[in-house]
Design a protein around this ligand. Structure first.
Ligand code: ZN
Length: 413
């Protein structure tokens, strides 16, 4: 599938520190330093294209865009893969409800997502891979899991047996009751009769009347969501790549199941670390499609809001925190950007080299964008003299800062 247009990425003359990231599986920080000359591997779970792109999505993709950029600042090339779940229950349900062909709906929403990502200056994945085009990969993985004795059928559906993976639970570290609750809340079917374990997940959904299906050795049907990401990541990043990432609502079951499929298939861990972005709320609840309390990036753009202000609004929150969107934050970001532009237009300013060091250090320190943007604020305040006399002692300050703002934070002023 076609990815989106890459923004210009200025080359930096300084190298950032090694990236330290909070790993959900360890419950602790870990240093992500690929061997010299090797690419860092990043897989970020993509959208199901029926209602793109709300600010919760944007928050996740910008968070891991910071990781992509922090690795590059540290001198590592990055191989980035993202999927599009372009066939799944919610997409088919929405298409049915609004009377649109599901393929058309998926293509339209995927294109809108690409346009939003370009506007927000999110670096595109090297491989942007759809579920439908990956069905042959899914079938190959299913055949290997079947040979390993990890699959069984209930009526026309094929299930993955979580007991086949002795390490099951290593990613989320949730206890069984929490797993059961979340599995039920997030698309699982813990109560279906005939399953060996309530937590077993569907990996191949047998054909249903009126739904699309593809032939397979397991009968006609379509892939489950977890096996889709497992097959795509395994194919395009190989065994044990650096980071699997997504929103914190993917910790369980999605990322646990992906890790389980690959562990059983290869005997190796899926990823070295698992990173999760917090949830964005609006009007008192998590922003979600089912609740309908969504703020869309495209709606803001259509109101002539500078996409860089949207991006800055999101960067003001640490990626792992849950927080609530308010319009005030957007107006504040617009004011801040105006100040940044005013200070940077002067050319000279307060000393820029320490700011560059601080911005790169903050982003390498578990993607601490609030700390990085605060360093820019302090430089702007010193340069404009809002806290006393204006400091223009560095004649090349703007020329030093602009490429770092762009390359590390993705903010083009
Ligand atoms: Zn995924």
């Amino acid at each position: 599938m076609r990815s989106w247009q890459a923004p210009d990425l200025p080359a930096l003359t300084v190298t950032g520190p090694s990236v330290v990231l909070h790993d959900t599986a360890r419950g602790d920080r870990t240093t992500l330093a690929p061997a010299a000359g090797e690419s860092a591997g990043l897989y970020v779970c993509g959208i199901t294209p029926y209602d793109a792109t709300h600010l919760g999505h944007a928050n996740t993709y910008i968070a891991f865009d910071l990781l992509n950029r922090a690795w590059r600042s540290a001198g590592h090339p990055v191989r980035y893969v993202q999927n599009v779940t372009d066939v799944d229950d919610p997409l088919l349900e929405r298409a049915e409800r609004v009377g649109v062909d599901w393929v058309e709906l998926a293509e339209r929403e995927t294109q809108l997502f690409r346009t939003d990502m370009e506007a927000l200056r999110v670096l595109p994945p090297d491989e942007y891979v759809g579920a439908v085009e990956s069905i042959p990969l899914v079938i190959e993985l299913l055949q290997r899991l079947d040979a390993a004795g990890a699959l069984y059928t209930v009526e026309s559906d094929v299930y993955f047996s979580v007991s086949a993976d002795p390490a099951f639970g290593r990613e989320s570290n949730y206890d069984r009751n929490t797993m059961l609750r979340l599995f039920g809340e997030r698309g699982g079917d813990p109560d279906r009769p005939g399953k060996k374990d309530p937590l077993d997940c569907v990996v191949w959904r047998g054909e249903r009347e009126g739904e699309p299906s593809w032939p397979s050795p397991f009968g006609p049907g379509r892939p489950g969501w977890h096996i889709e990401c497992a097959a795509i990541a395994l194919t395009h990043l190989g065994t044990t790549f650096d980071v699997q990432a997504g929103g914190s609502d993917l910790i369980f079951p999605h990322h646990e199941m992906c890790a389980g499929h690959v562990q059983v298939d290869t005997g190796e861990p899926f990823a070295r670390a698992y990173a999760h972005a917090g949830m964005v709320g609006y009007d008192g609840q998590k922003m979600s499609k089912s609740l309908g309390n969504l703020v869309f990036v495209s709606a803001l753009r259509n109101s002539d809001i500078d996409p860089m202000a949207i991006r800055l609004s999101l960067l003001r929150h640490h990626y792992r925190s849950d927080w609530e969107w308010t319009d005030d934050q957007l107006w504040a970001a617009l004011d801040t950007l105006a100040d940044w532009r005013r200070a940077l237009a002067l050319g000279a300013g307060a000393p820029a080299a320490p700011v560059v060091t601080e911005v790169l250090a903050a982003l390498a320190d578990d993607l601490d964008a609030p700390r990085a943007t605060a360093a820019i604020d302090a430089w702007v305040a010193a340069t404009l003299g809002t806290q006393g006399l204006a400091d223009t002692s560095d004649p090349h300050a703007a020329a030093t800062l602009l490429p770092v703002l762009d390359a590390a934070l993705g903010i083009k002023v």
